[in-house]
Design a protein around this ligand. Structure first.
Ligand SMILES: *[C@@H]1O[C@H](CO)[C@@H](O)[C@H](O)[C@H]1NC(C)=O
Ligand SMILES: *[C@@H]1O[C@H](CO)[C@@H](O)[C@H](O)[C@H]1NC(C)=O
Ligand SMILES: *[C@@H]1O[C@H](CO)[C@@H](O)[C@H](O)[C@H]1NC(C)=O
Ligand SMILES: *[C@@H]1O[C@H](CO)[C@@H](O)[C@H](O)[C@H]1NC(C)=O
Ligand SMILES: *[C@@H]1O[C@H](CO)[C@@H](O)[C@H](O)[C@H]1NC(C)=O
Ligand SMILES: *[C@@H]1O[C@H](CO)[C@@H](O)[C@H](O)[C@H]1NC(C)=O
Ligand SMILES: *[C@@H]1O[C@H](CO)[C@@H](O)[C@H](O)[C@H]1NC(C)=O
Ligand SMILES: *[C@@H]1O[C@H](CO)[C@@H](O)[C@H](O)[C@H]1NC(C)=O
Length: 425
């Protein structure tokens, strides 16, 4: 499988850099524009290049795929999406005319982020749009250097007009999808602004919080569920569920709205929860839940409550383990310079050594436990090189073998390779 995947791997497509997509039979031009809100939008298909840089922060990354039978094959490809060196998801489009959107909240370790489309042998990858939204570091505390949050559901309750709320209603441009009303729910709403509490971890926007549902039968709980979606790379995904609550009605003195939040029968807070009037507050699990095929959430009124539970909005994420481990920085710079100088035609995109099964063709890497992966061997024999031996080779401190047209030289003795320069570079 690895061999097949590696052979088939064609499109590793880098955000913020102009790059080619070998298997697409052409160059994919990406135009990235940082607007005055700090948002970066890439519309794939526009000509010209532009580069921007991002700096070690948390981002919401959203990728859109709209097949529309653009290639006339009437067969939507299935391919993998990576963010940085980490597998993100498998893109599998069931309806050619419906755009599919994937979203992840992740900490970007370096100064740039790469989104790679990986051809797994089931058709040529493509992408329709890519959004990058910066988030304050305090938002979504569960998204950190070792785990990202892959969006499963982001639902807005109590809104029946089908309108998806996003920017400018949400300063972070999240998409809040209206949840269609169920017979057992009744809708409540307010025109008043719903405020965020200080140090809010989620910044749910007022427009989303202004509507909610409560059960028609005031003795009934509010229940909803979702199914776990295991995959080969993540057979037991962990889930994080964030419930956004605000009281929308000024309650008479004797009225109490208080309810328990349970997930698969487990009580979350250990006590009842009372939403604040016109202030948003969230109930969530910071440690992901594992090990179930199905997750049932239930909001049950406590014995003291005179009012049924309420629900304004919710988010469900699966947790993606991420690694910040990338090839040693000086090796990345050196190999990028070599790629540039010799116009290497090999499919050199993404991180040179990571993931291991997608290491660049012609490179040998060492994967020591104690230090970042580094380039130890370089085989440029089939690259049709010409020109002088680049000083960039000296930047590859761990290089032991440099193969130029089948002449193997110990890299420590770069002099012997000068013959290689004369005869073959
Ligand atoms: C893609 O989705 C279809 C329908 O949901 C499924 O039958 C197929 O196995 C999926 N393909 C891959 C490669 O996951
Ligand atoms: C990220 O969050 C998880 C879950 O709370 C925690 O186990 C892990 O140690 C955190 N990683 C870092 C780098 O803080
Ligand atoms: C309301 O729910 C309670 C508890 O689930 C049930 O006993 C009662 O019959 C319901 N009332 C109506 C009118 O449906
Ligand atoms: C979730 O609820 C459904 C329907 O009530 C039930 O059949 C299922 O067993 C529940 N699952 C878990 C894990 O509690
Ligand atoms: C909440 O309601 C659900 C569904 O009616 C029930 O299974 C569960 O036992 C209730 N939990 C509490 C704490 O009352
Ligand atoms: C219900 O109210 C009583 C009296 O005010 C209080 O002692 C008790 O803790 C309350 N129960 C809950 C679950 O809040
Ligand atoms: C170097 O690459 C060429 C072409 O891909 C290959 O034929 C050759 O065996 C490689 N040499 C070594 C020592 O790996
Ligand atoms: C190769 O290097 C020599 C000496 O530094 C320089 O004069 C020459 O122009 C270089 N040739 C190319 C093709 O870069």
């Amino acid at each position: 499988m690895d061999g097949q995947r590696r052979r088939a791997m064609a499109a590793r497509w880098l955000l913020l850099l102009l790059l080619g997509v070998a298997d697409c039979g052409g160059i994919l031009h990406v135009h990235g524009q940082v607007d005055n809100l700090g948002f970066i939008n890439l519309d794939c298909g526009l000509p010209e290049s532009a580069a921007g840089y991002v700096a070690g922060l948390k981002y919401l990354i959203r990728a859109k795929f709209w097949y529309g039978n653009y290639d006339g094959l009437d067969r939507a490809p299935v391919f993998d999406l990576h963010v940085g060196v980490n597998y993100w998801t498998t893109v599998n489009i069931s309806n050619a005319n419906t755009p599919v959107i994937y979203e992840i909240i992740t900490v970007v370790p370096g100064e740039s982020v790469q989104v790679c489309l990986v051809n797994t042998g089931s058709g040529t990858p493509f992408i329709s749009a890519l959004d990058l939204r910066p988030l304050k570091n305090g938002l979504y505390p569960m998204a950190n250097a070792t785990q990202g949050l892959v969006l499963h559901t982001r639902a807005n309750f109590g809104r029946d007009d089908g309108v998806i709320l996003r920017y400018p209603d949400d300063p972070h441009d999240r998409f809040w999808i209206p949840m269609s009303k169920r017979a057992e729910w009744t809708e409540v709403s307010t025109d008043k602004k719903v405020q965020n509490i200080d140090d809010d971890s989620f910044d749910a926007p007022s427009a989303v919080m202004q509507t909610a549902i409560t059960p028609v039968n005031s003795s009934s709980p509010v229940v909803f569920s979702w199914d776990a979606e295991p995959s080969t790379s993540n057979p037991d995904p962990g889930y994080v569920c964030i419930l956004h609550f605000s009281e929308l009605q000024p309650l008479p003195v004797n009225a109490v709205r208080q309810f328990y939040v349970t997930l698969n029968g487990q009580l979350w807070l250990g006590k009842g929860f009372t939403p604040q009037y016109l202030y948003t507050n969230a109930v969530f699990n910071s440690i992901p839940n594992h090990g179930y095929h199905q997750y049932n959430v239930s909001l049950n009124a406590t014995a003291n409550s005179t009012l049924p539970p309420i629900l304004n909005a919710l988010e469900i994420f699966s947790v993606l383990p991420t690694t910040g481990i990338t090839t040693a920085t000086q090796d990345v710079s050196a190999i990028a310079a070599i790629r540039g100088k010799y116009q290497v035609k090999k499919n050199w995109m993404g991180d040179p050594c990571v993931p291991k099964n997608f290491a660049w063709k012609g490179l040998g890497c060492s994967y020591a436990v104690s230090s970042p992966p580094s380039v130890t061997a370089l085989n440029l024999s089939s690259s049709g090189l010409s020109g002088n031996l680049s000083s960039s080779f000296a930047g590859l401190k761990g290089l032991q073998y440099l193969i130029c047209h089948a002449i193997i030289s110990r890299a420590q003795f770069l002099t012997p390779c000068r013959s290689c320069r004369r005869s073959h570079f």
